[in-house]
Write a protein that binds this ligand. Structure first.
Ligand SMILES: Nc1nc2c(ncn2[C@@H]2O[C@H](COP(=O)(O)OP(=O)(O)O)[C@@H](O)[C@H]2O)c(=O)[nH]1
Ligand SMILES: [Mg+2]
Length: 521
C-alpha cells in the first residue's frame, strides 16, 4: 500500500527506512513511537536545505532568488532574526509558530513580503513557516536562518538549534509515559538535511566551525561534501585589482577567490560557486521592471567619461547632476548595485534595441545563479534518497538511544542492522566513499576520483556510468567491466584506504549491473 507520504519518498532506501519505522512503531514505547512518526513525516517531505552563513552575507537575498520571489525580508527587522522555513503549499500562507506550539497566521505585507515586524513577543516565537505555491519548493524546502556570527545571542542559538548544533542536553525531569517528544528527540529530528553555505570574501574560523557542527549533527556518518555546498556571495563587491591573475575582471577575481576558499573548506563542502545574490534576486523575482530598464537606457546614453565617474561610488552615483532623478538612481542601486548597473549599461550599449526582458536575462546570466541551481540539483536532488535516509536513520538511532528500555534499544538496533545489509543501503556506503574522496581524506588519481564522484552523484544509471542515453546492453557490459576493474584495483596496487573505497565502488557497479542485465530465465 502506498500512502500519500510514501508517494513522495525520495527513493528505495527512504522507503526501507519508512517501512522500518512503520514496523517498529507498534513494538516501542509511546514516546519512541511519537519520534518515529516525526521521522516518517520528515522522510515524506522534500529535502530540507538550510541556507546558513554569517549575518548579512546575503542569505535572505539568495533565498528570494532561489524561490523566484521577493518574500524574505532582507537587511534589518525582527524577521531577519528568526528561522523561516519556505515550503510548498497550495495556497500562499505564513504562520508564526510559537515555542509552546501555538500558531498564528501572519498576513503578507502590502509588497507581498513577510512583514519585517511581527507584532508579537519575539521571545516566544520558535520560527516562521511560509507555505508558497512556487514550484521550486516542490523539490526542496528552503530554510532561511538568521546567521551565525551575529551579535544577537538569541538568533545565534535559534540558528544552531535548527542546524542541530545545539547541545543535546539530557532531560533530567523526564515525565514518564508522556507521548510528547522530549528535547533530545526533538533535536534529533529537527536538523536540516543539507546546507547551502553562504560566505563572502574571506572565510573565517567560525564559518568552518559552523560547518563542522552542522555536518556532525546531520547524517550520523561523516557528512560534508555530500550534503553541503557553498557560494561566494557578493561577488560583485570584490575589487579585482586585489586578486592576482584576475586581469581587472570582477568575475575572474571571484572565480579565483572561490577556488581558494574551496580548498580551505574542502573537507566540508563539495564546491564554492561565485554568485551575485542581489542581481539574481532582482532578475528572478520580478524586482527588475521595465521602468528600471528605461532608466538604464538613459544612463547608457550619457557620455562615457561622466558615467564612469558616476560609477566610482554609490555616493557619487546618486549625487551627480544628471537627468535621471536621483530617487530612480537610488532604486537602481538597491536592485543592482554598481556592478549590475554597469553590466546593464554595457549590454544596452552593445545592443541598443535590447528589450527589458532580454536585459533581465542578461543580468540573470551575469549573476551566476544558474550554476548554483544546477549544482543544487546535482548534488542534492540526486542524493536526496541517501541524504534523507541517513538523516532519518540517525534520528531513529538517537531515539532508540534515548529510550530507557534496553530491549527496545536492541530491537531498533537489530532492525537497523538488517536494513543496512540490504542492497539499497549500499548508497550510504557510496556516499561515505564519495565524502572520503571529495574531501581529499583518501587520495586518488584524478581520473579515478572523478569516476567515484560520477557514480556517487547521479541518480540516473546512464549518467552514473558516464554514458547518458546509451542502450541497456552497453551500460550493462560497461558496469560489469568497471566492477571487475575496481575489484582488482582493490586487491592489487591500492593503498589500504584506497582499497576500502574501491570495494565500495566495485559493489556499486555490481549492483548497477544486477539492475540492468538481461532478465535471467
Ligand atoms: N552588492 C551586493 N549586495 C548584496 C548581495 N547580496 C545581498 N546583498 C545585500 O546585503 C545586505 C544583506 O543581505 P541579507 O540577504 O539581508 O543578508 P542575511 O543577513 O545574510 O540574510 C542587503 O542590503 C542586500 O541587498 C550581492 O550579491 N551583492
Ligand atoms: Mg536574513
Amino acid at each position: 500500500m502506498t500512502s500519500p507520504e510514501q508517494g513522495r519518498l525520495a527513493g528505495p532506501l527512504s522507503m526501507s527506512v519508512a517501512n522500518l519505522c512503520h514496523r517498529l512503531q507498534s513494538q516501542v514505547s509511546a514516546r519512541t513511537a511519537a519520534g518515529f512518526a516525526e521521522v516518517l513525516r520528515r522522510l515524506g517531505a522534500p529535502l530540507q536545505v538550510a541556507v546558513a552563513g554569517r549575518i548579512k552575507s546575503g542569505k535572505s537575498t539568495l533565498v528570494n532568488a532561489l524561490i523566484g520571489r521577493r518574500v524574505a525580508p532582507t537587511d534589518i527587522g525582527e524577521c531577519t532574526r528568526l528561522v523561516t522555513r519556505f515550503q510548498y503549499g497550495t495556497v500562499d500562507r505564513v504562520e508564526i509558530v510559537f515555542t509552546d506550539g501555538r500558531k498564528q497566521v501572519l498576513p503578507f505585507a502590502a509588497d507581498g513580503m513577510i512583514p519585517a515586524e511581527l507584532g508579537v513577543d519575539i521571545e516566544q516565537v520558535s520560527h516562521i513557516e511560509a507555505y508558497l505555491t512556487n514550484a521550486v519548493l516542490q523539490g526542496m524546502t528552503v530554510i532561511d536562518t538568521p546567521g551565525l556570527g551575529s551579535l544577537d545571542a538569541a538568533s545565534v542559538s535559534r540558528t544552531e538549534q535548527l542546524l542541530g548544533a545545539a547541545k543535546h542536553r539530557k532531560d533530567e525531569d523526564d515525565e514518564e509515559g508522556s507521548d510528547e517528544l522530549d528535547d533530545t528527540s526533538r533535536n534529533a529530528v529537527a536538523g536540516a538535511e543539507a546546507v547551502l553555505y553562504v560566505v563572502t570574501q574571506g572565510v573565517r574560523a567560525d564559518d568552518q566551525q559552523a560547518l563542522a557542527a552542522f555536518t556532525a549533527a546531520t547524517a550520523s556518518r561523516e557528512a560534508g561534501p555530500v550534503n553541503a555546498i557553498a557560494v561566494l556571495n557578493k561577488a560583485d563587491t570584490i575589487a579585482p585589482e586585489s586578486v592576482d591573475g584576475a586581469d581587472g575582471d570582477v568575475w575572474k577575481a571571484a572565480t579565483i577567490l572561490a577556488e581558494k576558499q574551496a580548498s580551505t573548506l574542502k573537507p566540508r563542502v563539495a564546491d564554492v560557486l561565485p554568485v551575485i545574490g542581489l542581481i539574481a534576486e532582482s532578475a528572478e523575482s520580478g524586482g527588475f521592471t521595465s521602468a528600471d530598464a528605461e532608466a538604464l537606457r538613459q544612463l547608457a546614453a550619457l557620455d562615457d567619461d561622466i558615467l564612469q565617474t558616476m560609477l566610482i561610488s554609490a555616493d557619487i552615483f546618486t549625487s551627480w547632476e544628471c537627468d535621471v532623478p536621483s530617487g530612480t538612481r537610488l532604486r537602481l542601486l538597491e536592485k543592482l548595485d554598481l556592478f549590475g548597473i554597469s553590466h546593464a549599461v554595457e549590454a544596452i550599449r552593445q545592443e541598443p534595441e535590447i528589450t527589458a526582458g532580454a536585459l533581465r536575462r542578461s543580468l540573470l546570466d551575469a549573476s551566476g545563479l544558474e550554476a548554483v541551481r544546477q549544482r543544487l540539483s546535482i548534488v542534492f536532488a540526486a542524493r536526496a534518497d541517501g541524504i534523507k535516509a541517513a538523516a532519518a536513520l540517525a534520528s531513529v538511532t538517537a531515539l532508540a538511544h534515548a529510550s530507557a528500555d534496553p530491549a527496545e534499544r536492541q530491537r531498533v538496533h537489530d532492525a537497523i542492522e538488517v536494513l543496512l545489509a540490504k542492497p539499497e543501503a549500499h548508497q550510504l556506503r557510496l556516499l561515505e566513499a564519495l565524502t572520503l574522496v571529495a574531501s581529499g581524506a583518501v587520495d586518488m588519481p584524478e581520473d579515478l576520483s572523478e569516476e567515484v564522484l560520477r557514480v556517487g552523484s547521479n541518480a540516473d544509471i546512464g549518467a552514473q556510468l558516464g554514458k547518458p542515453g546509451a542502450p541497456r546492453q552497453e551500460l550493462a557490459a560497461h558496469a560489469l567491466e568497471r566492477a571487475g576493474w575496481w575489484r582488482s584495483f582493490a586487491s592489487f596496487g591500492a593503498t589500504p584506504a584506497q582499497s576500502r573505497v574501491a570495494h565500495v565502488v566495485h559493489r556499486a557497479y555490481f549492483l548497477i549491473w544486477q539492475q540492468i542485465r538481461e532478465p535471467q530465465s
